[in-house]
Design a protein around this ligand. Sequence first.
Ligand code: SF4
Length: 378
Amino acid sequence: MGRRAREARLRKDGDPIPRDGRGETRDAAVPAAAMPLLAWFDPSRRPMPWRETRDPYRIWVSEIMLQQTTVAAVIPFYERFIAAFPAVAVLAASPPDAVMKLWEGLGYYSRARNLHEAAKIVIGRHGGELPSTAAELAALPGIGLSTAGAIASLAFGRDEPVLDGNVRRVVARLLGMRRDLARPASLRALWDASRELILPGKGRETALALMDLGNLVCTPRGPRCRECPLESVCRAHRDGMAEEIPLKVRRKPLPHHDIVVAVIEDAKGRILIGRRPDAGLLGGLWAFPGGKREMGETLEAALAREIEGDLGIGIAVGGKIGAVRHAYTHYRVTLHAYRCRPTRAIPRASLDAKWIAPSRLGEYALPRSNRKIADLLA
Ligand code: SF4
């Protein structure tokens, strides 16, 4: 049976997992998988700096960095971050710019803001000790249910389930789940199964085993079922559906926006950067001023309008420095950067606006797209 035919059958059949009287998903594959999963787990298989410690703070930092980011990408950021902020008290007492600077390039900057905010709460309300239960952890900024489960199990040895992207895929395949995983009923069944996989006292090992299995064996494409400890109990493998689960839900293509950016130079050769408001996308980072081109506008007209509106100054738009592309979670942008000169009074420096020599751009935390423009300037 071809892939299209299998997908059509999946949609027609729906979810084959039997349900119990409470409407919750039950499947014998789950308890049968717990032992082979643990037997397969080998702590030396994937050495990582945060696995060599039980320090809750370090595990917390690593789990936040690992959201949406690969292990290989996280390691150098983690090591620099821990060297600069070796304890929660140091992080809490540090200025926001220092935290953002060390996060620069890792993306999803609200993670850094929330981590910093949560560190202050840990100092102020929890006596400097990270709470140990998943429920208390999930009450802190930036800690979702899966991250809370990971910290509670990895740092405190609690029997709490995890359900990050990799674990979700493994459990969905184990269950042979033939529906959109984002649906609330799917999520409930996945959480139940993830919890049911934990043998008493084995929360830490189970969480690590599931994470490793998702990374090394039950990969998004080309899962290696022959090497998998769950091969004999996995529903997706039994039904020849490993590649089709999770179901691919068709999403709309991401919208694209043209963003115009001004590198405004004063008579001394200094350039203007502004600090973005804490709330919102890229909050707390420094960036060149600019904004979105509206329908029918030229890039130059859009730039003059944005700068007049935001800074209250007129500019002469000069030569184009270049264009850089960037993709965010919900849209893509092309940034068009121009050299500009103020034609009227220049904005004063303030807490949120600075005139700096271009050579000092490296001292400020910039979004990746703005860093590319800084590189073009250099
Ligand atoms: Fe994933 Fe295949 Fe293992 Fe099932 S048998 S959990 S699909 S690798």
